[in-house]
Design a protein around this ligand. Structure first.
Ligand code: SF4
Length: 293
């Protein structure tokens, strides 16, 4: 009854039952698993709790990453924000701070929620927690946002990929940003079609982004890209909320992203054999052990 396997069907069901994407996804979850409301609610609340902790704790206590490439970025961003001189404005500044914090936690082997992956885990919480802080959203609203984001992530996993090793960073950070853009659009009063348009916009804007982690570690440039992913999500959501239509439906963009991903050479799909990973400075940071030397 609530099952869907593409964005077109998802939007059709939203219109048929007059539901936002979040509510449709919730009902799909109830229908498709043996878990009851209590269990599903409990798991999603726990996910939000983990996201909050990962987004806030490095601001107070910076985390040094396992491979030494990250640590302290979230605290620096927070310090700039507290001066009142952060140029990106409140929403983006808070979002990028929280996104980078989550990557600090991930890179220091802390607890995060893969949304959809560990390398892109900062974007959904960064976006949602910034919205909560700036617009006073409730935790219940954020939980709805997570169901909405989950629907987009589910479609990407089902019909394309969320693995950098398969489709490049566009599939990780790109999909995470699409999830965040869709969730933000719903939370700010947008229709399901606006949510899908926002997700499509993100995939267009991040199409072709390669996966090239320095030293092969999910640290750098991954953390920077999580910050950029938050900004990308917010831009796409604002376009959608303004009622700007998108030529390319989400299903077609997922398909295009997947096809582009498969054509990205192996050197640029999480092998650390190209891109940022083989720049002289990256190789120097790996003390001569990287593939570029
Ligand atoms: S560069 Fe690769 S490992 Fe890093 S976030 Fe992007 S897809 Fe993940």
């Amino acid at each position: 009854m609530y099952e869907f396997d593409c964005a077109k069907d998802m939007l059709g069901l939203c219109e048929k039952y007059e539901l936002p994407i979040s509510a449709l996804m919730y009902r799909r979850e109830l229908e498709g698993t043996e878990a009851g409301e209590e269990e599903i609610d409990g798991k999603m609340s726990r996910a939000l709790e983990i996201m909050k902790h990962a987004a806030h704790s490095p601001i107070i206590q910076p985390k040094k990453s396992m491979n030494g490439l990250l640590g302290g970025e979230a605290q620096k961003l927070d310090a700039l924000y507290q001066t009142g001189k952060a140029p990106c404005g409140d929403l983006v500044s808070r979002g990028i701070t929280y996104a980078m914090a989550v990557l600090e936690v991930n890179a220091s082997m802390g607890l995060i929620v893969a949304a959809p992956t560990a390398g892109s885990a900062g974007i959904v919480p960064g976006t949602l927690l910034a919205l909560q802080e700036i617009y006073g959203l409730s935790d219940d609203a954020l939980l709805s946002g997570l169901y909405n984001a989950g629907a987009i992530g589910y479609l990407a996993m089902r019909n394309a990929t969320v693995a950098g090793a398969v489709g490049g960073c566009q599939a990780e950070v790109g999909v995470a940003s699409a999830m965040a853009a869709s969730a933000m659009t719903e939370l700010m009063g947008g229709t399901p079609r606006m949510c899908a348009a926002a997700a499509s916009t993100v995939l267009q804007n991040m199409l072709g982004l390669v996966c090239d982690p320095v030293g092969g570690f999910v640290e750098y440039p991954c953390q920077n890209r999580n910050a950029a992913g938050v900004a990308n999500a917010m831009v796409a959501s604002e376009l959608a909320l303004a009622g700007i239509p998108q030529l390319i439906p989400l299903d077609e963009m997922m398909d295009a992203m997947y096809k582009v991903g498969k054509r990205i050479p192996p050197e640029l799909r999480e092998t650390a054999l190209g891109g940022c990973a083989t720049t002289p400075s990256a190789c120097a940071s790996c003390q001569g052990g990287c593939a570029g030397n």
